[in-house]
Design a protein around this ligand. Structure first.
Ligand code: DAH
Length: 455
C-alpha cells in the first residue's frame, strides 16, 4: 500500500463527468467523432495488476509496475495507470464493434504545470469479425476499406513516411495478412486524424475570442495544422504508432495507438475479431483547446474557473483570473544510504554509490524510522517520493518541484540533492507564514518518510 488518502479521496470527483467541465466538453467533442461507438465512462478505478499489466502483455519486470511509479492498494491491486486496463474485459463483453472508455487514471510522477498524479484518458477500439465478413463473400480488408471511406475526409498535411508495418522495427502479427494490416492501419489513421482536425478546428474558433494573456498557449493562426505519424512500441499493439501535431514550434505527441495484439482478443474469447486501439490524454488536449496554463486548474472548484466553460456554446479561450506570486524555497539533503540487503526490489535504479552507511552499521536510525514509516520505503531514493511528499504537504499549492543541484561527496561517496519547491496558489496570494510552515513540514516529512539527512 503506497496510496495516500488524498489520492483516494479524489476518486469520487470524476471530473470527466461533471457538466460543463472542460474535460467533459473535450471528451464529448472526441466522442462525437465516433458515431455508433459504445461509451463507458464510469468504470471503477481500482483494478488488479492482472488487468492493468498482465492482460496487456507487460513483462514481469516492466518499470511501470514499480512502487515508485504506480499506486498500489495491496500487492495485487492498483489504481489503474491507464484506461488500457479495461481493454481485455471490454473485448470479452463483445457488445459492440467500436467502444470508447474515458476515466481517471493514476500515476506517481513529477510535479509541474503539466503533471498531476490523477489525470484522464480516453481509450478507443474498433474490431471486425473475420468470419462474419467472409461469410458474406467479401474479404475483410475490402470491407474495412469501405468503412474507411465513411470517415470524413480532410485536406490537412499529414506526414506518414513509414510503410504500414516494418518486419523488425514495427512488425505485423503472424495471424494478420498484409492486406488486413494495411486496411486496419488506414481505418485507424483516418479515424484519429479526423479527431485531431475536429479539435483544432474548435481551438481555432476559440483563439479568435478576445482576451488572451501573454503566457497562455495559443494556436498560431497563420500556421496551418500539420500532423505526423511516428512508429512506436506498446506491449499491447503491433504495429504501433504515435500521432504528433505541430504546436507552437514543436511536435507534440497527442496519442498512442496500434493494431491490437491478437493474444488479447484470443484471451478475451473473441479470437475471430481483429482491429485497432488507441489511448489519449484528455488534459493535454483540453489544455491546448482552451489555453489552460496549469493542470491543477482542472481540480479547481473556484467559480472564476468553472463558470468559463459551457458545453452548449462554441469554445472560448480560458481567461486566467489572476497570476498570484510564486514563492521558491529550496531543501537540500543527504540521501539515505541503503543497506545492501534492502536494495533489492527497487525500481531498477542503481543503488547510491556508497561503500557503507556513514554510521558504519548496516541499519541507521533513519533507515529504521523510514522502514517503520512504511509506505515510501522498500526501495532506494526515488525522485517520485519527493514529489509525493511535496504534494501531500502542499496539495495544489505546490506548482512545481525540481532538482536544482546534485553531487556525490568525493570522500564519503554520499549523495546530496537540492530540490526547489515553487509554492503558488491559483486562487489567492499565500502568506509568508503559510509557505514557511508548509516548507518546514515538507522538511520534516522528508526526514521521517525517506530517512534523508537535511543539510
Ligand atoms: N495506455 C497507453 C498509455 O497510457 C496509451 C495507449 C497506447 C493506449 C497505444 C492504446 C494503444 O490503446 O493502442 O500511455
Amino acid at each position: 500500500m503506497n496510496t495516500p488518502s488524498t489520492i483516494l479521496s479524489a476518486i469520487p470527483r470524476r471530473l470527466h463527468m461533471q457538466p460543463n467541465h472542460p474535460l467533459t466538453i473535450t471528451r464529448q467533442l472526441i466522442e462525437s467523432r465516433f458515431p455508433g461507438y459504445e461509451t463507458h465512462n464510469t468504470l471503477f478505478p481500482i483494478v488488479t495488476t492482472r488487468q492493468n499489466f498482465d492482460s496487456l502483455g507487460f513483462p514481469p519486470d516492466h518499470v511501470g509496475r514499480s512502487r515508485t511509479d504506480t499506486y498500489y492498494l495491496n500487492k495485487d491491486t492498483v489504481l489503474r495507470t491507464h484506461t488500457s486496463a479495461h481493454q481485455a474485459d471490454t473485448f470479452r463483453a463483445n457488445e459492440s464493434e467500436g467502444w470508447l472508455i474515458s476515466s481517471d487514471v493514476y500515476r506517481r510522477d513529477a510535479v509541474d504545470r503539466t503533471h498531476y498524479p490523477i489525470f484522464h484518458q480516453m481509450e478507443g477500439a474498433r474490431t471486425w469479425s473475420r468470419a462474419a465478413v467472409e461469410k458474406s463473400g467479401k474479404s475483410l480488408a475490402k470491407l474495412i476499406y469501405e468503412d474507411t471511406e465513411k470517415i470524413p475526409k480532410h485536406n490537412i498535411d499529414v506526414q506518414d513516411p513509414d510503410t504500414p508495418f516494418h518486419a523488425s522495427r514495427n512488425p505485423k502479427q503472424d495471424p494478420h495478412s498484409v492486406e488486413e494490416v494495411s486496411a486496419i492501419a488506414a481505418h485507424l489513421k483516418r479515424s484519429l486524424e479526423d479527431v485531431v482536425v475536429a479539435i483544432f478546428a474548435a481551438a481555432k474558433t476559440a483563439s479568435t475570442s478576445p482576451s488572451i494573456s501573454p503566457d497562455q498557449p495559443t494556436p498560431d493562426d497563420d500556421e496551418p495544422l500539420k500532423m505526423r505519424w511516428v512508429e512506436a512500441y506498446f506491449p499491447f499493439t503491433s504495429p504501433s504508432w504515435e500521432l504528433e501535431v505541430f504546436w507552437q514550434g514543436d511536435w507534440l505527441e497527442i496519442l498512442g495507438c496500434g493494431i491490437v495484439q491478437q493474444a488479447i482478443l484470443n484471451n478475451a474469447s473473441v479470437p475471430d475479431r481483429l482491429g485497432w486501439a488507441f489511448g489519449l490524454g484528455l488534459e493535454r488536449i483540453a489544455m491546448l483547446l482552451y489555453g489552460i496554463p496549469d493542470i491543477r486548474l482542472f481540480w479547481s472548484t473556484d467559480a472564476r474557473f468553472l463558470t468559463q466553460f459551457d458545453a452548449t456554446a462554441p469554445i472560448k479561450r480560458f481567461v486566467p483570473f489572476s497570476k498570484y506570486p510564486a514563492c521558491f524555497k529550496d531543501v537540500s539533503f543527504w540521501v539515505r544510504s541503503t543497506p545492501a540487503s534492502s536494495a533489492a526490489g527497487g525500481a531498477g535504479i542503481p543503488p547510491p554509490q556508497v561503500s557503507s552507511p556513514a554510521s558504519g552499521t548496516a541499519t541507521t536510525p533513519a533507515d529504521a524510522a523510514a522502514a517503520a514509516a512504511g509506505t515510501l520505503t522498500g526501495h532506494d531514493f526515488h525522485e517520485n517520493d519527493v514529489m509525493e511528499i511535496a504534494r501531500e504537504v502542499g496539495g495544489d499549492l505546490v506548482e512545481d518541484v525540481r532538482l536544482v543541484d546534485e553531487f556525490t561527496h568525493p570522500k564519503t561517496g554520499r549523495r546530496s540533492m537540492c530540490y526547489r519547491i515553487n509554492y503558488r496558489s491559483l486562487e489567492r496570494t499565500l502568506t509568508n507564514e503559510e509557505t514557511n510552515e508548509l516548507h518546514e513540514r515538507l522538511r520534516c516529512d522528508l526526514v521521517d518518510k525517506l530517512g534523508v539527512e537535511l543539510r
